[in-house]
Write a protein that binds this ligand. Structure first.
Ligand code: PEP
Ligand code: MN
Length: 439
């Protein structure tokens, strides 16, 4: 039998191991950013060793030292870190060019001058070209170009059959960046862990009474988060536009009473401070998925962001939008499949369930499904929620209202309390089959 002291020590050591894992993750993130700095230095022939910048780093960390580690100890630790990071930059500078690898496949009947024109154009773009020619086929392997190089330029050149990029254009959102996956924490709630997190609530906050009732329904059903728009992106300028700050205040109060976290939409950069004050997760609506200025601003905050797929966005575009936020330094991004526009008109959107496993393969970021906007009709929400869970979603977002037929927005796709309770029961039954849980 282990003694009490042994148990206490073993628990504390487990915590230390967890902290070390987080430190390791952060150090690797730092190394990736440092590599990028190294790349820019090399490109502009700047020296790798910049003593003044190094002093700034030490100044930055030691002035923030609040103990128990004294500033001198912090400085020593960071000297070691900076030293190792310099090594990475030097190694990188000495290695041959990496850049973007791609492959240009030529048509079978291509002429020699056509091949030469493509090679010349590749070299102009900074690529090293490796040619392989058989009796019929010619393939040009190219490495070292700039990532932003537009490969379509080659697609339209004479004699070219097809062009393939060999690495993805997003780096930080790529699964390779964190193969083990990312867990995004909002309060006590974790997206990307074993629990499937349910976010439920009305499309919009309409009144104190409505949102208080919603909080009771949502919490009684077992959802961990309440949603409710205070700023609404409506297709018509004459439709209800949301209650603004008053709506956020009411939402926060109702959530607090029932121990729920708050998800609400931010429509433009000027609203970010307000949303940060009231919400635990900032939602970016489908219509704003490519509002790059807004995405850049969201990269600067330290709050989780839920990024919804645009109405006609490809999965790659969704991941590139996430990349904007990650590149700014905010790694807490949750993706959301909410249906896309297709030629089908029976449903409001086509809920792309297959995007869920695809995103899970391509990216380390958690992804949730929103079958309410995904289908636009309440009778189809439950089947698609079940499908999304089975397909590997890390969470679900559903619109729920005490009286959906009188909701001020999206009533048609909003579940009534009975439908919501039933769905939660079904989700609890399905989750174990895919090794997950629902609260
Ligand atoms: C919403 O969630 O209320 C919303 C407006 O969704 P979307 O941006 O996906 O249309
Ligand atoms: Mn809605």
């Amino acid at each position: 039998m282990p003694t009490e002291i042994e148990i206490a020590l073993s628990n504390l050591r487990e915590r230390i191991d967890d902290i070390d894992t987080s430190l390791l993750d952060l150090l690797n993130q730092r190394a990736i950013v440092v590599e990028e700095v190294g790349r820019i230095k090399k490109e502009h022939n700047l020296p790798i060793y910049q003593p003044q910048r190094e002093e700034e780093v030490y100044e930055h960390v030691t002035t923030q030292a609040k103990g128990p580690l004294p500033p001198e100890a912090i400085r020593q630790v960071f000297e070691g870190i900076v030293d190792q990071m310099h090594k990475i930059q030097r190694d990188k500078a000495e290695r041959p060019k990496d850049g973007e690898p791609m492959m240009v496949v030529m048509e079978p009947g291509v002429t020699e001058p056509q091949i030469e024109r493509v090679i010349a154009r590749l070299m102009e773009g900074g690529f090293d070209v490796h040619r392989s020619t058989s009796a019929v086929h010619t393939v040009l392997g190219a490495v070292g170009g700039k990532p932003e190089f537009d490969t379509r330029i080659f697609e339209v050149m004479e004699g070219v059959k097809e062009v393939h990029r060999l690495v993805s254009p997003y780096k930080l959102a790529n699964r390779a960046f964190r193969p083990q996956g990312t867990i995004v924490r909002a309060g006590e709630v974790e997206f990307g862990g074993p629990e499937i997190v349910v976010i439920a609530g009305p499309c919009s906050v309409e009144s104190r009474e409505q949102i208080e009732m919603a909080a009771d329904i949502v919490a009684d059903g077992g959802a961990r988060a309440i949603r409710g728009g205070a700023f609404k992106p409506r297709s018509s300028p004459y439709a209800f536009q949301g209650m603004g700050e008053e709506g956020l205040r009411l939402l926060r109060a109702a959530a607090g009473r029932r121990g729920l976290i708050v998800v609400s939409e931010v429509m433009d950069a000027t609203q970010i401070p307000l949303l940060c004050e009231y919400a635990d997760i900032l939602q970016i609506g489908a219509r704003n998925m490519q509002n790059f200025n807004l995405l850049r601003e969201l990269g600067k905050i330290r709050k989780p962001v839920m990024l919804k797929r645009g109405l006609s966005a490809t999965i790659e575009e969704l991941l590139l939008s996430a990349e904007y936020i990650l590149a700014g330094g905010n790694y807490d991004v949750i993706l959301c499949e909410r249906g896309i526009r297709t030629f089908e008109t029976y449903t409001r959107n086509t809920f792309d369930v297959s995007a869920i496993p695809v995103v899970k393969k391509l990216s380390h970021l958690p992804i949730i499904g929103d079958p309410s906007h995904g289908t636009g009709r309440r009778e189809h929400v439950a089947p698609m929620a079940r499908a999304a869970l089975a397909a590997g979603a890390d969470g679900l977002m559903m619109e729920v209202h005490h009286d959906p037929d009188h909701a001020l927005s999206d009533g048609v796709q909003t579940l009534n309390p009975t439908q919501y309770m039933e769905l939660m029961q079904q989700l609890r039954a399905i989750a174990p089959a895919v090794c997950r849980t629902v609260a």
